[in-house]
Design a protein around this ligand. Sequence first.
Ligand SMILES: Cc1ncc(COP(=O)(O)O)c(C=O)c1O
Length: 349
Amino acid sequence: MKIIKTSQSRLSKTDFSNLPFGRVFSDHMLICNFKNNKWQTPEIVPYGPIEMTPATQALHYGQSIFEGMKAFKNDSNEILLFRKKDNLNRLNRSAKRLSIPEIPNEIFLSGLDQLLHLDQNWCIKDDNYSLYIRPFIFASAEYIKACESDEYKFVIITSPTTTYYTNDIDVIIEEKYTRAASGGVGFAKASGNYAASFYPAKIAKNKGFTQIIWTDAKEHRYIEEAGTMNIWFVIDSKLITPKLTDSILAGITRDSVIKIANDLNIEVEEREVSVDELIEANKNHKLQEAFGTGTAVTISPINSITYRDEKILIPKKSNPKSLEIKTIFQNIQRGRYPDKYSWVSKLSV
Ligand SMILES: Cc1ncc(COP(=O)(O)O)c(C=O)c1O
């Protein structure tokens, strides 16, 4: 792999006490082009603009996918990557659905390790800090026909980050707009899914809500996700989350929570969760917790859920299951607890 190092690191000029999510980027990026039916040799170059023409296909048809993952520093100052193969596999599931050529394991995994090795000082050891990693692939051919592209760019950029939501979140159940429908691309991290969510999210924000709870496209009766998080409820001491369908993103945090909860002997149910069930459980004082999970937010407690005119306040418990699971999850990520699930990997460079 060709590596061109920056001659002017921005590290010393970066204010790590003020890191708005997704605005600050490390010194380098990885780029790999697909052309002539083949992924070419990747390069690591200084972070900066990518040259493209106005006819770049992704700009017109949104043939574009991405991932979100994190690296942490352990107490010995080594970088730990969390579940990188799971992100790679999901990227390739997205690629298949969006008719994008899958990225070879070697390009993704060893490219990522080398990039992180080079930019390791952008990953801060202190609690609350991590390095957010954004791999993405977009259609890069200069071609404005509505068809799959024959050229793509795979890029990885990284961004130092801190806590995403500093407060508990208030969500509203959406009954008009949908995020994803059966047969569509909701299970993929397709850029267009997010573009379509911004307008309904803006309406909700203007009413004072942090995020939307997405419901099924057909009847708006079943709960799917909360914004860009998987959603969880504790009802009658059981941990309940909507079962995966092709309109729900299979969160890696979601999967981790299930495994940790199983080991804590907390009963987990992956099944349909209706809005009616939630309302009923609240009436009967059986709704004990609600939270969202995702790479950026980790495990984020929900303060209230609004359904039409009714605002359900989620009880504040002194020792919620979400916190018990989050503590284990974060300590595994930072290499402080034994990694019995083999989720964490050190760099191989
Ligand atoms: C729509 C959606 N759902 C759920 C998640 C959570 O997935 P993960 O835990 O893998 O970050 C994300 C974020 O990646 C997302 O964008």
